[in-house]
Design a protein around this ligand. Structure first.
Ligand code: DAH
Length: 340
């Protein structure tokens, strides 16, 4: 058996030395090491080797298997490097590159979203998300929006045949979060798409981008709301930015405000422009969600909270002086390249 193994090794190595393509190499592997290969067949003979010779024969078997395996591997590596060399033959890597392929840049919307998210994360907000196809309950009912509210109109909202809808604001993520959290505080932000059946013009698209925020705990106050959002807008628009809270109405907050910033463009009269909606979460919202949860984490006027929502497209437009929102979706690199 020892002699047989030696001659098998010699035979295998000789054949492998002349195997000059992958098919020949694979055939040799199957012939020697495969399930029915000669080495495999020989090893079956181990069972008839007298006990006192088993150790020696076993060691030899191993030696032959390793020798053949290594020969196959080194041949494989040699074939691969020959192939690699052939594929770059004739290419002069020292020639200068071809110009013309500009380096990509982040989309202005991506940049404003990243800036808004990182600013709010520094204040302890974490990201949350919810589906863009929503139920009426998550988008409206749980947010204290009456059945006859104009936003629920078929003219304004995209409804699916099954009664669900494309969310008209990211406020539905407030509901999704409050429905499922296990403990307080809740401090989330949710950037994402919102959909409305608006006529498309310089300031409206039927898909746009919002960022929602929600902070709920035992003693969240209006002062927290003002401090957080003033800080936020000064981080985005600069430390001197004037921010004003103007009383307004939203069904899901009480009191509610619209936030304006004073826009000062060189050569123009300064003017206040609306930039976000916000308010203290209406207890009716907590109650409705507490009913759905079936526990008392949010119910019984035990908690307070503030919420806000802003348009990211609008933020980008104000920040960069973009006058037509449609530029943001046209993917014209002459436009996009300006924000690099
Ligand atoms: N969802 C409102 C909208 O799309 C914006 C908004 C207003 C969100 C007040 C809020 C809020 O969270 O408190 O117009």
């Amino acid at each position: 058996m020892l002699a047989q193994l030696d001659s098998l090794k010699a035979e295998a190595l000789a054949i492998l030395a002349t195997a000059n393509d992958e098919a020949a190499l694979e055939a040799a592997r199957v012939n020697f090491l495969g399930k029915k290969g000669s080495l495999t067949t020989l090893s079956a003979g181990m069972r008839d080797v007298p006990v006192d010779q088993k150790k020696e024969v076993g060691a030899k078997l191993n030696e032959v298997r390793i020798a053949i395996t290594e020969a196959i591997e080194s041949k494989q590596a040699a074939l691969q490097s020959a192939k690699d060399a052939a594929s770059v033959a004739g290419i002069d890597a020292t020639l200068p590159g071809r110009p013309g392929y500009g380096v990509g840049t982040l989309h202005p919307l991506t940049k404003i979203r990243d800036l808004a998210v990182s600013t709010l994360r520094r204040m302890g907000f974490v990201l949350a998300e919810g589906p863009e196809i929503e139920t009426e309950w998550h988008c409206f009912d749980a947010l204290n929006t009456p059945a006859d509210h104009p936003a629920r109109n078929e003219k304004d909202t995209f409804y699916l045949p099954d009664g669900r809808l494309l969310r008209t604001h990211t406020s539905s993520v407030q509901v999704r979060t409050m429905e499922s959290v296990k403990s307080l505080p809740i401090r989330i932000i949710a950037p994402g798409a919102a959909y409305r059946r608006d006529e498309i013009d310089a300031t409206h698209l039927s898909v746009f981008n919002q960022l929602e925020g929600l902070y709920v705990d035992k003693e969240v106050s209006l002062a927290d709301l003002k401090g957080t959002l003033e800080f936020f807008f000064r981080e985005i628009f600069g430390p001197q930015t004037k921010v004003r809270f103007r009383p307004h109405f939203f069904p899901f907050t009480e009191p509610s405000f619209e936030i304006d910033i004073l826009l000062e463009v060189k050569g123009k009269e300064p003017r206040w422009i609306e930039i976000a909606g916000c308010g203290m979460v209406d207890p009716a919202v907590f109650d409705e969600i507490a009913k759905k949860r079936g526990d008392d984490l949010l119910g019984g006027e035990k908690v307070t909270g503030f919420a806000f929502g802003l348009g990211l497209d609008r933020l980008a437009m104000i920040l960069h002086g973009i006058t037509d929102i449609r530029h943001l979706i046209e993917n014209d690199t002459r436009f996009l390249g300006q924000f690099a």
